[in-house]
Write a protein that binds this ligand. Structure first.
Ligand code: FNR
Length: 366
């Protein structure tokens, strides 16, 4: 007695369905987060502490929430972030997300640890569809260089280097469930120990020695814009600007790495005033991810200065429960929510969104 797709009225509804219908191991891998999952809970909760200051009597008959991310025009200010092991949730894996992203003209970030091969995901893209690569950096830099050059050659428009995972966090729900690889394509060149859950089984190649001194090398091997994914403090945003990268993702990896990492939206609220003060505003594109479930969450992030937001689990849950139609509907629901909420706060374009439209006083007092 699975609910009909039409009974999913928002992104959170997909999670409830997925929990019921997904295989236990898959649910454990997708839903789990580090340790006590305090950061996981905080990611969404932090948005609940930001309130709107809507403008009235603005002509909002026409609203347009298209925007630009790393030079690409997109229809909506979110992208599908990288999440590993798509075939745990759906037999076709990540290409399901590719097709939905194409339909809604939003960008997909391809994970290093996808279940489908990188080429399968690129081949699944339609004509001018834009994709980015999420990179886990291998201890063997020759492997990493090959992956990066291949991605650029295949037309990827952004290199997102994950910087919050020198070691994978302990996701105990995942560790408790017995992981068997669903015929995935992962070729890390390592033997995998599956006794510690899915995450640990696939991640032993990641280089914990990665540091700021590696950034010039990345710039030397690619012309793709480079974005650091997993920045958690304004000091590191400033360093990223100094290092000459084009973007950062304020992110705690969906609460899956350091428990008690702050929410990205709180880090964003800390970051923008400092950049303004230092005259660095506009020098770098700032994305946020983690806990984005509603268009109001997206709008809050844009008001506070984000270029766009990444969304992870909701699309995985929609895909696992209903395949393409689920992800399609999830994106359509966001589109409908965006239109209504832009109208209700009195904004007709994303350029209208600014810090004066939100009240963040209770963000810190809770
Ligand atoms: C992730 N995330 C992630 N990030 C990354 O850089 N490389 C990866 O391989 C993965 N894999 C992954 C798997 C699963 C199942 C999840 C839920 C997440 C983190 C992801 O890109 C993003 O930071 C969070 O998912 C955002 O939070 P929400 O939207 O899931 O709340």
């Amino acid at each position: 007695d699975m609910p009909m797709l039409e009974q999913c009225y928002n992104l959170l509804d997909f999670e409830a369905v997925a929990r019921r219908v997904m295989k236990k191991t898959a649910w454990a891998y997708y839903s789990s987060a580090a340790d006590d999952e305090i950061t996981l809970r905080e990611n969404h909760a932090a948005y609940h502490r930001i309130w709107f200051r809507p403008r009235i009597l603005v002509d909002v008959e026409k609203v347009d929430f298209s925007t630009t991310m790393l030079g690409t025009n997109v229809d909506m200010p979110f992208y599908v972030t990288a999440t590993a092991l798509g075939k745990l949730g759906h037999i076709e894996g990540e290409v399901v997300l590719t097709r939905a992203a194409a339909k809604h003209n939003v960008i997909q970030m391809i994970p290093t640890l996808a279940s489908c091969s990188f080429d399968e995901i690129v081949d699944a893209a339609s004509g001018d569809q834009v994709q980015w690569l999420q990179l886990y950096v291998n201890k063997d830099r020759a492997i990493t260089e090959k992956i990066v050059r291949h991605a650029e050659a295949r037309g990827c428009k952004g290199l997102f280097i994950t910087v919050d995972a020198p070691q994978l966090g302990r996701r105990e729900k995942d560790m408790r469930s017995k992981f068997t690889d669903p015929g995935s394509n992962i070729q890390s060149g390592q033997t995998t120990d599956t006794s510690q859950g899915a995450a640990r089984a696939i991640s032993s190649f990641i280089d914990p020695g990665l540091s700021w001194s590696d950034i010039p090398w990345f710039k030397s091997i690619t012309k793709m814009p480079i974005v650091l994914k997993g920045v958690q403090r304004v000091e590191d945003v400033v360093k990223a600007i100094e290092a000459g990268v084009q973007g950062v993702v304020l992110s705690n990896h969906g609460g899956r790495q350091l428990d008690f990492a702050r929410s990205a939206i709180e880090v964003l609220a800390e970051t923008m005033p400092v950049l303004r003060e230092l005259g660095l505003e506009g020098r770098i594109e700032i994305f946020v991810d983690g806990g984005v479930r509603r268009a109001t969450d997206i709008i809050k992030a844009l008001c506070l200065g984000a270029t766009g937001v990444g969304i992870g689990r909701p699309f995985l849950y929609a895909m696992s429960a209903y395949g393409f139609d689920g992800v399609d509907r999830a994106m359509q629901l966001l589109r409908d929510e965006m239109e209504m909420n832009m109208r209700l706060i009195g904004a007709t374009t994303v350029a209208d969104l600014n810090p004066a439209m939100v009240d963040v006083r209770s963000l810190y007092n809770h």
